[in-house]
Design a protein around this ligand. Sequence first.
Ligand SMILES: *[C@@H]1O[C@H](CO)[C@@H](O)[C@H](O)[C@H]1NC(C)=O
Ligand SMILES: *[C@@H]1O[C@H](CO)[C@@H](O)[C@H](O)[C@H]1NC(C)=O
Ligand SMILES: *[C@@H]1O[C@H](CO)[C@@H](O)[C@H](O)[C@H]1NC(C)=O
Ligand SMILES: *[C@@H]1O[C@H](CO)[C@@H](O)[C@H](O)[C@H]1NC(C)=O
Ligand SMILES: *[C@@H]1O[C@H](CO)[C@@H](O)[C@H](O)[C@H]1NC(C)=O
Ligand SMILES: *[C@@H]1O[C@H](CO)[C@@H](O)[C@H](O)[C@H]1NC(C)=O
Length: 928
Amino acid sequence: MDKQMGVWTVKLLLTAVLKALVCSLYIVPGVSGIQGSIFVDCGSNAGYRDKVTNISWVPDAQYITTGVNGYVPSAQTNYPNFSEFTTVRYFPDSTAKNCYSFPAISNQTYLMRGTFFYGFYDNATTTPSFQMGIDGTIVANVTFNDPVTFVYYEFTYVSGLNTNATFLCLLRDSSNSIPFISAISFSPLPDDFFYCSSPPAPNQGYYAQTKYRLNFGGNRFVRYPDDIYDRYWYPEGSNSTFLESTTPPPQILTTNHNIDENNISPVVIPEAVVDTALTTTGENITIIFPDDYTFKPYVIFYYAELDPTANATSRQFYIQVPLYEAVFINPIVNASQFSVSPVCYTDIPYVAGWDIVLYQDQTNYSPLGPLVNALEVLEISENLMTILTNHEDVLAIENIKLSYTNLANWTGDPCVPTPHPWVTCSTSDTAPIITQVDLSDYNLVGPISPNFGDLLSLTSLALQYNELNGSLPQLTRLTNLKFLQLQNNMLSGELPAWLASLPSLKDLLIQNNNFSGPIPPSLISHSGAWTFVYAPGNPMLGSRTSKSTNIGIIIGPIIGGILVLVIIIGVIVYFQVQNKRGKTTKTSGNLQMMKSSHQGAKFYSLAQVTVASDNFKTMIGKGGFGHVYYGKLEDGQEVAIKVLDVKSTQGPSKFFNEVDVLSRVKHRNLVSLIGYCHEDNQQMLIYEFMHKGSLRDHLYGDPTMLRIEKLDWKSRMNIALNAAQGLEYLHSGSNHSIIHCDVKSSNILLSNNMEIAKVADFGLSRLIYGEDHITHVTTDVKGTTGYLDPEYFTTQYLSPKSDVYGFGVVLLEIISGRMPIDSTLPNGNAWNLCEWVRSNLQAGNIDKILDPIVKASNLQIDVLWKVAKIAIQCVEPKSIHRPTMTKVVEELRAAVLQEGLNSSEYPQSDTYGIEDEYGSQIDPFNPR
Ligand SMILES: *[C@@H]1O[C@H](CO)[C@@H](O)[C@H](O)[C@H]1NC(C)=O
Ligand SMILES: *[C@@H]1O[C@H](CO)[C@@H](O)[C@H](O)[C@H]1NC(C)=O
Ligand SMILES: *[C@@H]1O[C@H](CO)[C@@H](O)[C@H](O)[C@H]1NC(C)=O
Ligand SMILES: *[C@@H]1O[C@H](CO)[C@@H](O)[C@H](O)[C@H]1NC(C)=O
Ligand SMILES: *[C@@H]1O[C@H](CO)[C@@H](O)[C@H](O)[C@H]1NC(C)=O
Ligand SMILES: *[C@@H]1O[C@H](CO)[C@@H](O)[C@H](O)[C@H]1NC(C)=O
């Protein structure tokens, strides 16, 4: 492209008449800024007029529904003139997306600025980091160099078409720290604001981030009311760091004369900025920029002749920007005295350490040196996603949110910049559309919102496991709907016949509801691939005489030789629930699970697993349930593949149910289930790979590990606390209760940096032996010798306290560094770790049981006693004498704190810490 193309000197673009028109359109007396401007003091309780700036700040509650008001005591000290910094809104809820919504008209240029003053508002010791989004795009990573210096991120952009809202969103980044914001400025800009238009002017799909606004020669920070948009202009004197130092230094030029702005339209630069300038008595002024310039700049250079003695030949100079032809400037000839003109560069090529040189015209030598009044540098980015989700879908989602209070926290556009976790969007179209809604297990109460029926592109609607009641609303417009899951609610009324006429519907699951009346025959005699499950539950549904109702599952004919079923029954089973639900599912043939939920474990084919494991080359473990192999998935993720022993596997539907449950159990201290494979009678579970092996390896199991990475007392306590937290979560997650059944040191795995321990193999016994095993054990007792709860052994009654027993044994291993049963020891009494420790402790001989490494650690003896006591309580023969895991966690945490570890790592569960520090403690049945 011709370099000259990017340069414009703009002359008298608009007449005074037009300017007056523009002003009367935009300046409204009595209101801050221009009509449509919104200056938001985030976290403030009421609006007020700022004594310093005269800005009318408004509180933010009307623009956002999430977050908490915070107070910043240090703001007044650090920024006495910025009243908006004394409060913040912060977002402790682990919701990933918090959006302010401002009324907007489509295809309008806007200025949006988020300002952030941290000032230790949360009493933390480190600054947070997070992201800022505008509409569909993450536009900034918000970071702080200094906790008491404010930062701002300001953008000029054009709103999307067909929209009446624009969003500023704050999103968590990988640090998972808590986003906050101090203030927002939001102003519509005149259409021709970017008078240095094309190419590439900010337009649909472009946005510009403000990098610098420099007020050369100024002696104060200029903002509102001088700048009606409240942009920030920084004063740059003769010692400015943006200038190459010269001898003689640049001089400041000022005037009291009014500056004419006719040359730029509309009013885009405050008088207070252009009525000062820098000039030089030397040859050159060189404006320098940081060496790490990597962005696509948009530079606007402003000049105005301020010297009353100047004439048409007294000041002539060139502007030289790298790789551009120099532009000749004669302020008085180009404009006139006291009249400001811009020079725009929209596309400066990447040059390391670029600078702008203003140099005197050597041929037409003029007595006055070059001058500069102001400079703006913006960073242009392409691909701003202003296209928001299809308007019909947005309206439907907004209405659905009105029906269920626990969805109110999902703010902003449903699909962008990140989708609400319960929707799946397709963005292949021009505007994103919602294709799936998964609100299973979301504690939804009340009738099914009829607005689900307005999500016309929906292919899957999953509402199972809620407390939905009432009858089915009309969903007849959902012509793309393939999967409709309503099981395990309290829905009632008759089954409407239109269900059978939904042209795409393949799976209809309604079991465990209270539907009544006849089953429309069309649902039973449905042709094509068709699964209809309505039992167990629904006692009033269908005629009791009809044979087909006895099974409660209608499965369509085999298509293409493969029967594809979705059978999800009894996904959540509370172990303590004694009564077993209704009929069992009949399963047959070659079943393949089709996951209805995109949040659970992923399906992998046998071929994929074979490739990932390099044909099951590296065995990394071997247990009662099968062998474990190392693997690496296509995306590079390292995994442990557990191939279940064929003999011990159960039917496919049970397998899928269990996988579904286990994949939703997510916690920082539990090894997560990533995927599964079910093919050719093979059942495999794919887990995250834990690099450092097991606790057992490190205590005494693996001589190499033992030598290389000795676990000192502090690490051991940390591991114990981690594991206890994982088990506690298994036992008392908000919507489930899972007994591990095989707690042992080889099931506690360590992360790469040894800082996080995770419990592995939970739920496996349930997977293998079924839920019967849990409440009512008829077959032989399973578990591992040495860790087995003696009460369970004799009564065959299993409870969470059995896990507590196993955990107690692990604690004893941690203290003593020896295995639970060691038959190599000479004295039979010492074989059993619990007995051996108990008798020694009773004799007061704690020294005798200590692992030499523990003994060598710099530990507090009373903490050691405390932990030993917890361990002994856990291995009490009678379960009633053992503490719960919750109690164990509490006591271990106290012990860890006392031991003097960094207390912030172990927040109490009643502070925000458990939600946020342990951010992965997602309720598995309400993922994020
Ligand atoms: C959007 O606004 C620009 C500038 O005002 C105009 O040129 C363009 O035609 C508008 N686009 C649409 C689709 O209205
Ligand atoms: C920070 O500490 C001060 C003084 O102890 C206290 O008043 C304030 O509530 C604390 N703020 C937060 C957010 O914890
Ligand atoms: C934010 O940081 C990430 C990671 O460093 C980077 O990939 C991304 O481009 C950054 N985003 C913005 C808007 O700067
Ligand atoms: C946006 O437009 C829709 C209809 O087009 C209307 O229902 C809604 O209230 C509008 N929202 C705002 C914030 O004006
Ligand atoms: C420049 O000079 C001004 C006024 O003398 C002073 O306040 C400021 O700190 C100086 N800045 C730098 C970067 O030296
Ligand atoms: C001024 O800038 C011009 C153009 O870059 C350069 O040739 C000249 O050497 C500079 N003069 C001084 C004194 O730096």
